[in-house]
Each structure stands twice: as structure tokens, then as C-alpha cells.
Design a protein around this ligand. Structure first.
Ligand code: 5GP
Ligand code: MN
Length: 319
């Protein structure tokens, strides 16, 4: 069974690296740290390598151990969490590709199963929820630190139990994590509600730029490199901006185009309420994600990218 094989590989490995997707969200950082805490209980240490992440996640227990770079020599084992595709590991890709053995733990349904051992549960609303099941199987003790990380992943990926595949089981897991000492108030305040001033500046720009299509069902806005500079934004300051667009009256699909440095294109964030599967929209453009939250990268200027994205949304709406 995959779970037994994963445990076997962890026990065998002398050096282990944990990696997650680029522009990591709360679930990605929390899953990485959760695996690190669990591996310590196997009497081992693992390097968590995340080159850049939002300061909103620095309250997570163990985040002070996060490294920007890994070791020069190849690792015995690389574990990828919350990442559906080798390409999205970005800077972590080199550690993954040179590792002697590789493991993927994830919850994205569009998944390239890119590791030697893949443990993927698309029914889980967060990678951290997949981990809870694994840890139960392994008999890992859920202490206060681990509980805080696991609950942070669930809360951030579901927008506070609002979206994704939230089921009664998710609440049961959450209740148990709170019993184990998870700091729910701090998680909600710091990882969910906290907004930097730069974030508010970006929100202002986005409200001014909103354009509506398809009888108001599609709302699109964009942020340029110049906007990020003017707002003095740091990594993660644009987190949640696209969700705010989704909540506007009549909007079914929210789109935020975020200009990327040095690549002549835009990172596209897609969100949907119920009607449209944005993961299928993203796949038409070479990306992926979940039915309600997905993303991709599209080359071109604002108008070109907008047209390509709108076209893909229309295709999906008319299906
Ligand atoms: P976000 O808009 O927050 O960056 O991403 C929303 C969801 O879509 C996340 O689950 C994320 O992993 C996924 N996603 C974002 N960009 C890409 C992409 O370029 N490729 C794939 N496969 N998934 C993506
Ligand atoms: Mn996730």
C-alpha cells in the first residue's frame, strides 16, 4: 500500500527535503511544516525549502526553520506537498529531480502524479486534510504545533470553511485539532483576515479597474508591475483580492490578471461560485486547480490575455 511504502522511504532516507508550489498559499506552507513536524516524530530531520512566502504565515510553528535554499548534494528523498505538477515546484524542481526517491502528497484533481509514490485525494478540501488521514494511519501524535499547522491549511484553503470540498468530516477534523490545541483565533486573524496596507492599495486599484462581461457574470481586473511597485507590495499582498471580486452581485466567475516580472505575461487567478468549473477553464490555458479556484499563466499584454481568458470562460459557459 502506498502509505506503507511512503513510511518505508522516510525511514530509509538519511536526507529529506520538503517542497511545495511557487507563490505558496497557507495550505502549501502549513502542509510543508506539518510533514516536517511529523518526520521529527520518526526521529529524523527534514529540510523545508521555500524560497519566498508571505509574512502572514510566519506565525506557523516551525516556520523559523524554513530554508530559502537546500543542500548542494542530492537528497535521498524529496517530498512535494500541495503541488499538482512538477513545473509548479519552480525553484524546488532541481531538488526534486535530483533526489533518489520522490513522493507527492496532494489534493488537486488535475494531477500529473509526477513522483515515484503519489498519494493524492481530490476529495479533500486541503492538502492538510490529506495529511491528517496519513498521520492517523501512522499513529503520529498531533501536538499543539502540528494541530495549528494542520488547521491553518484547512482554514486558508477553504476560506474559513466556505468553499472547496468542505464536508461534515472537515468540521470533525477541525474540532479534533482544536481539542489538540490548534490556535484557531490566531489562524483566522493572521492567515485569513489580516490585510496589509499594500493589500488595501491593490484592492482600491482593482475596484477601479473592474470590467464586467457576459451580462455581469464575469468580472475581470488586472494588476501591473507598476501597481505592485506603487503599492509597495510584497509577496502575498495580493492574496485574497480575487476572492473579493467573486462576491460581487451576479458574478459567477472572477478573474484577476497579475503581471509577472521578466516573462511578458500574466498569472491568472480564477474563482467561481457554482455554475462554472474554472479548473476546466484554466486547463484550456495550460493551467489547473480546483472547480472553484484555479490558475494559469498566459503570455501577452493585458488586452491579449483578457481576450484569451474571456474566450476560454465563454467556451466553458456554453458547454
Ligand atoms: P491562485 O489563484 O490562488 O494562485 O490558485 C488557485 C488554485 O489554482 C490553487 O489550487 C493553485 O494550486 C492552482 N493553480 C494556480 N496556478 C496554477 C497553474 O499555473 N497550474 C496549475 N496546474 N494549477 C494552478
Ligand atoms: Mn491546497
Amino acid at each position: 500500500m502506498t502509505l506503507d511504502n511512503i513510511k518505508e522511504e522516510i525511514k530509509k532516507a538519511k536526507t529529506i527535503v520538503i517542497l511545495c508550489h511557487e507563490s505558496p498559499d497557507g495550505d502549501a506552507v502549513a502542509s510543508s511544516l506539518s510533514v516536517m513536524h511529523a518526520i521529527k516524530q520518526f526521529g529524523k530531520n527534514a529540510d523545508v525549502v521555500i524560497p519566498e512566502y508571505s509574512k502572514d504565515f510566519k506565525f506557523l510553528p516551525g516556520s523559523e526553520e524554513i530554508l530559502q535554499k537546500g543542500k548542494d548534494e542530492p537528497y535521498d528523498l524529496a517530498i512535494s506537498v500541495d503541488c499538482s505538477d512538477l513545473k509548479r515546484l519552480a525553484a524546488g524542481k532541481e531538488y526534486f529531480e535530483t533526489a533518489k526517491k520522490t513522493i507527492e502528497i496532494d489534493h488537486h484533481s488535475v494531477n500529473s502524479m509526477f513522483a515515484d509514490l503519489n498519494y493524492v485525494d481530490p476529495a479533500a478540501p486541503a492538502c492538510c486534510q490529506v495529511l491528517i488521514g496519513m498521520f492517523e494511519y501512522y499513529g503520529v501524535k498531533i501536538d499543539k504545533d502540528l494541530a495549528t499547522c494542520l488547521l491553518a491549511g484547512i482554514i486558508t484553503d477553504t476560506g474559513g470553511f466556505q468553499w472547496g470540498e468542505v464536508t461534515p468530516e472537515t468540521f470533525e477534523f477541525a474540532a479534533e485539532l482544536i481539542r489538540d490545541g490548534a490556535k484557531i483565533k490566531e489562524i483566522c486573524r493572521r492567515a485569513l483576515r489580516h490585510k496589509s496596507k499594500a493589500h488595501c492599495e491593490l484592492e482600491k486599484i482593482v475596484y477601479e479597474r473592474l470590467e464586467f462581461f457576459e451580462e455581469g457574470k464575469v468580472a475581470i481586473a488586472y494588476l501591473t508591475l507598476e501597481d505592485y511597485k506603487k503599492a509597495e507590495a510584497e509577496i502575498g499582498d495580493d492574496e485574497g483580492v480575487v476572492d473579493m471580486i467573486k462576491d460581487i452581485e451576479e458574478v459567477e466567475v472572477a478573474v484577476l490578471l497579475k503581471e509577472k516580472e521578466g516573462v511578458a505575461g500574466f498569472k491568472v487567478s480564477l474563482r467561481s461560485n457554482d455554475e462554472v468549473n474554472v479548473s476546466d477553464v484554466a486547463m484550456l490555458l495550460g493551467g489547473g486547480g480546483h472547480p472553484g479556484a484555479a490558475g494559469c499563466f498566459v503570455l501577452g499584454n493585458v488586452e491579449q490575455v483578457k481576450a484569451k481568458v474571456l474566450n476560454a470562460i465563454k467556451q466553458e459557459m456554453n458547454k
